[in-house]
Each structure stands twice: as structure tokens, then as C-alpha cells.
Design a protein around this ligand. Structure first.
Ligand SMILES: NC(=O)c1ccc[n+]([C@@H]2O[C@H](COP(=O)([O-])OP(=O)(O)OC[C@H]3O[C@@H](n4cnc5c(N)ncnc54)[C@H](OP(=O)(O)O)[C@@H]3O)[C@@H](O)[C@H]2O)c1
Length: 340
């Protein structure tokens, strides 16, 4: 698999990463598939898909424990990317960016992951009650202590509030990246940012407007979260909607039956491009190859708990889209179904 570097660091990873969230969180049935997930993790490492993206919050905690089972045997092959700053409370997901908490959370993640160093430690959400410089300073101390190799910041969710948690899980769109850029400018004064994680896909390209140029100008990598549009862009979902209440798509405006039907032209376009490259090429691979084509510093982290999707997604690194393909994708209708 093609290798890419994380921003200006010397850290190299396979061009396609693995989002581990669906193994324990956010999608219906996640918790019941532990053994399948372990097989998927081994399959990923076998193929050079070595960036494994998790968070202490996924599960909570069980996602890191699952990774730990594999890292115990194969730590040297993996690039471990986890996150801090969000907690699952009784009613809501809440932010905690207090330095003492960050230090404790890092030690707990290291124990669960069965490793002595985290390759990329990301701030999941800024805590509105703690100056971000304080949180970031505590994370920088973890690098100095040798517990962490590089720092990243997530721009995927909206505001997190210790009090209410309102808005957590809602993707940031368009101009909302302005707030992330302000945060990034502030934390850069404290310690270098090596990577930003943000939603980026054919149907959510907003990060290309200001966030990716910000990253490219400063040698910061971009981890593309949700590169398959929560599964929609793969063309494998039925258009009936009706997700279980524990599935993030049950509350996602693009996953009502009406919007899933309305957005079919996007999937049809990806399918047309895939067919031109041969019967073995899938819309998912086209969607991932498009993300890869956005810049050398962009690394998609498609999420899955299935070995067969890990294999398929890894194959996207060998798919080179033509100018004609890219023009056709650029001409697809914008996605319908908005958070606003
Ligand atoms: N920083 C943040 O706040 C944040 C927020 C969201 C996500 N993320 C990260 O980004 C990663 C990716 O996001 P995501 O997992 O939500 O969305 P995604 O990658 O866009 O889509 C994941 C869904 O696509 C399905 N899938 C994957 N490969 C497929 C293929 N080749 N064919 C058919 N279906 C396929 C998976 O199915 P199965 O579940 O059946 O395997 C899963 O339901 C996460 O795992 C997480 O690491 C970060």
C-alpha cells in the first residue's frame, strides 16, 4: 500500500487507515461483533492499513480494549491514533479538558491499548470551560514525557458542553470550520499540531474550503473521518431509512428514507466511475480514491468492523482516478439533508 506521512512529522502510515469506531460505537450491533472486529484488525495490519483510529469514548473504553488485544501481539506494525476530551455521561456526551483529567485519561488509554506510547493523541473536543491552551499544554507534556509521539485536533463535532453536551456528534459544516481554525491557531502557539481530523467525503467536502489549505500551509496532516458518508456512499445501504435508535444515522438528516432516496444520484455517479475501472472496483473504493486525490497529506480513515470491507477499502489505494472521473464526481449534485 502507498505510504503517507502525518504532516511534517517523520511518522509514516498506510495511505488508507482504519476507523475502529463501528467496532464498538455509533452503529447498531457494534457491541456484538468483537471476534469479527479482531479479525478485521489483523486483516488491516496484514495489508498495510496500519493507522488504527480509536477514542477512549468509543464503547466507552471497549474500543481501546479491543485494539489492545491485537496491539499486544503486533504493536510494532501499528500506528495508534486515539483521542481524549469526551466522556460518556448519564444523559449526554460531555467534554473534559482539565489538565489533570488529560493526564489520567492518557495513562488509562495506554493501559487499555496495552502499549507504552500513543502515536497520535487527538483532542476530541475542546472543553468550553477550560482554555484550550491549558488542555493542549497538558497534551504537550505527554509528548515530553514520551507517552505520546504527536498531537492532533478533531474538527468533526460541534460544541461540547460539560453541562449539557448539546451538539456533540453533529458534524461541523462549512463556516463552522472557522472556529476550528481559530482553535488551531491558538494551540499552535503552545505546541505543534501534527494532524487535524475532520469529516471529508464526496458528499461532505467542506473541509476542502479552508481547513485543508490551513493544514497544507503548515505541514499538518488531515485525517478524513467518515470518508464513506457513514456507509451511504458505498451503495450497500437500502434506501428505507429506519435505523435503530442506537445508530447515529437514526438522527442524521441525510438518513431519512426521503433523503436517502434523494441522494441516490451521488451513489449512481460513484458506481458509474467504478464500472469504468472494472467489475471488481466498488463505489466505496472510488469514494476513498477521491479523498486520497485531495492532497498528499490527506489520509482517509474509513470505519468498519468487517474483514471483507477492510480488504476492499485497502484496495482503494491502488485506484487512480482520471481527470474525467474527477470532473464527473465534481459535477455530481450536492447532497441533500442538512443539520441546519
Ligand atoms: N473525531 C471525531 O469526532 C469522529 C467522528 C466520526 C468518526 N470519526 C472517525 O472516522 C472513522 C470513520 O467514520 P465512520 O466509521 O463513522 O463512517 P464511514 O467510514 O464513512 O462509514 C462507516 C460505515 O461504512 C460501512 N463500510 C465501510 N467500508 C465499507 C465497504 N467497503 N462497503 C460497504 N460498507 C462499508 C461500515 O460498515 P460496518 O459497520 O458494517 O463495518 C460502517 O457502517 C470512525 O471509525 C472514527 O475513527 C471520528
Amino acid at each position: 500500500m502507498e505510504r503517507r506521512t502525518i504532516g511534517a512529522t517523520a511518522l509514516e502510515v498506510g495511505a488508507i487507515g482504519l476507523g475502529c469506531m463501528p467496532m464498538s460505537w455509533a452503529y447498531t450491533g457494534s457491541q456484538q461483533r468483537g471476534e469479527e472486529s479482531v479479525r478485521a484488525l489483523h486483516a488491516a495490519l496484514d495489508r498495510g492499513t496500519n493507522l488504527l483510529d480509536t477514542a477512549d469514548m468509543y464503547g466507552p473504553f471497549t474500543n481501546e480494549l479491543l485494539l489492545g488485544r491485537v496491539l499486544r501481539q503486533r504493536r510494532a506494525e501499528a500506528f495508534v491514533s486515539t483521542k481524549v476530551g469526551l466522556l460518556v455521561g448519564d444523559q449526554h456526551v460531555v467534554a473534559n479538558g482539565r489538565p489533570a483529567y488529560v493526564r489520567r485519561a492518557c495513562d488509562a488509554s495506554l493501559r487499555r491499548l496495552q502499549t507504552d506510547v500513543i502515536d497520535l493523541y487527538q483532542l476530541h473536543r475542546a472543553d468550553p470551560e477550560v482554555p484550550i491552551e491549558e488542555t493542549w499544554g497538558a497534551m504537550a507534556d505527554l509528548v515530553r514525557a514520551g507517552k505520546v509521539r504527536a498531537l492532533g485536533l478533531c474538527a468533526v463535532g460541534a460544541r461540547a458542553s460539560r453541562r449539557s453536551g448539546t451538539g456533540v456528534g453533529r458534524p461541523v459544516r462549512g463556516g463552522l470550520h472557522d472556529g476550528t481554525i481559530r482553535q488551531l491557531d491558538r494551540v499552535q502557539q503552545v505546541f505543534p499540531v501534527s494532524a487535524v481530523q475532520a469529516e471529508l467525503s464526496v458528499w461532505s467536502p467542506e473541509a476542502l474550503e479552508r481547513l485543508l489549505p490551513w493544514c497544507e500551509a503548515r505541514g499538518v496532516g488531515l485525517l478524513a473521518a467518515m470518508p464513506l458518508g457513514n456507509g451511504y456512499l458505498t451503495g450497500t445501504l437500502t434506501t428505507g431509512g429506519g435505523f435503530e435508535p442506537d445508530d447515529v444515522r437514526a438522527r442524521h438528516p441525510r438518513f431519512t428514507a426521503e433523503m436517502m432516496a434523494a441522494n441516490q444520484p451521488v451513489v449512481a455517479g460513484l458506481r458509474r466511475v467504478a464500472r469504468r475501472h472494472g467489475p471488481e472496483v466498488s463505489p466505496a473504493q472510488v469514494a476513498l480514491a477521491w479523498v486520497l486525490s485531495r492532497g498528499r497529506g490527506v489520509i482517509p480513515v474509513p470505519g468498519t468492523k468487517r474483514e471483507k470491507w477492510v480488504r476492499e477499502n485497502a484496495g482503494a489505494s491502488a485506484l487512480v482516478l482520471t481527470e474525467g472521473d474527477l470532473e464527473e464526481i465534481a459535477g455530481l449534485p450536492g447532497a441533500r439533508g442538512s443539520w441546519d
